[in-house]
Design a protein around this ligand. Structure first.
Ligand code: F0G
Length: 372
């Protein structure tokens, strides 16, 4: 193998459903940094080791690239010429980019007016056919399932099991970085594919078959080698206005400014419950205000800029730390799912406006002197 990192399929091919002749479609996704928080832990409580897996540093700026390299690779292998997905933004950006890479067509359904600008620009720039539907993500999800069953379109939402296969590799990277699985892994939950994928990865790494895998049907081919001694407790956070796992029921009109997780009918409902139950984990919810506070705190205190849906991980963690849910000395890994640049509107709205000043030395020095 070359020393140059060539993406997660090449790195983990013995643990993924590919063969030597599978035509790998990659943008060298994965291999994201696991960043230990230095300043926040003292402020948000507890003597814990808190690390962030910054998935915003993937090629299209979110964890979706992990799933999309697998989904598009398998689509191309099967001869597909076009892919389709519904998306709150990040999936469409990744689908468009990987389709461009593979030289096939992409069609993306996005909710009317509820998609962050950065994500929309990506899908448009990569040449996807962008269909803005008069409905929400859940409507889009239903429609792409109907369309892909009757037209030559390969569905690349996370209901496609290859997506979860790609996304499970995040667990392998965390284990490699820490030497073992962490005690807790906390992350946002929307359509619920990602928490299920994390659980598949952690389970396979520990040599255990899990109920989150809808690919192997309980006959997992990837249980060896065993590379971790345990599995983490999984904790999922949802926005209060879009929290089916907290209500234990689907939510018909989900609302949150964290548009990435504005989802009321998660398709990986059963798989995510399996992850929660088997790991003895839990779900919790955060308000939009709590999400924004956490996003700003992480950006200002740690230098990490993630999007609101990712910041819910820190908001939820702060809440659960306060409630003493983690034993002292725990190692807690947080998945920061997407980059803050995806949603510049929200970032600008909650930050101090630039100071308008004459292009003169003294005027500028004056302003600086007041701030020093
Ligand atoms: N964080 C971000 C930034 C997301 O874009 C998503 C999902 C999630 C968290 C939740 O992950 O759905 O696997 O539970 N975004 C999808 C999309 C729905 O269309 O981009 P999940």
């Amino acid at each position: 193998m070359s020393k140059h990192y060539e993406g997660l399929i090449n790195k983990y091919r013995t643990r993924l459903p590919v063969t030597a002749s599978t035509p790998v479609v990659t943008l060298n996704e994965g291999n994201t940094p696991l960043i230990e928080l230095m300043n926040l832990p003292a402020q948000i409580g507890g003597n814990h080791r808190i690390l962030c897996k910054f998935e915003g540093l993937n090629p299209t700026g979110s964890f979706k690239d992990r799933g999309m390299t697998m989904a598009v690779t398998k689509a191309v292998e099967s001869g597909a010429k076009a892919i389709i997905c519904a998306s709150t933004g990040n999936t469409s950006a990744a689908a468009a980019a990987y389709a461009a890479r593979a030289g096939i067509k992409s069609f993306v359904l996005i909710p009317d007016g509820k998609i962050a600008l950065g994500k929309l620009s990506q899908a448009m720039m990569h040449g996807a056919t962008v269909l803005q539907i008069k409905g929400n993500f859940d409507d889009g999800m239903r429609l792409v399932q109907e369309l892909s069953s009757s037209m030559p379109l390969n569905l690349v939402n996370s209901i496609n099991p290859y997506r979860l296969q790609g996304q499970k590799t995040i667990a392998f990277e965390v284990i490699e970085a820490l030497g073992d699985a962490p005690d807790f892994h906390v992350l946002p939950v929307g359509n619920a594919g990602n928490i299920s994928a994390h659980w598949i990865g952690y389970s396979e790494a520990a040599g255990v078959t899990c109920g989150s895998c809808n690919h192997c049907g309980g006959n997992c081919a990837y249980l060896s080698p065993k590379v971790s001694s345990k599995r983490p407790v999984m904790v999922g956070y949802q926005a209060s206005g879009a929290a089916p796992f907290l209500r234990n029921a689907m939510v018909d009109s989900p609302e949150t400014l964290a548009t990435a997780i504005r989802i009321g009918h998660p398709v990986s409902w059963k798989l995510a419950w399996a992850a929660q139950k088997e790991s003895n984990g839990w779900f919790n919810e955060c308000t939009d205000d709590e999400i924004l506070v956490a996003q700003k705190l992480l950006a200002e205190r740690e230098g990490i800029f993630c999007e609101p849906a990712s910041a819910i991980t820190i908001a939820g963690l702060m809440k659960d730390l306060k409630a003493d849910k983690f034993p002292t000395g725990s190692t807690i890994v947080c998945t920061l799912t997407g980059h803050g640049l995806k949603d510049p509107d929200i970032a600008i709205k909650q930050s101090a406006a630039p100071i308008v000043v004459q292009a003169e030395r003294d005027a500028i020095a004056d302003v600086i002197a007041k701030k020093l």
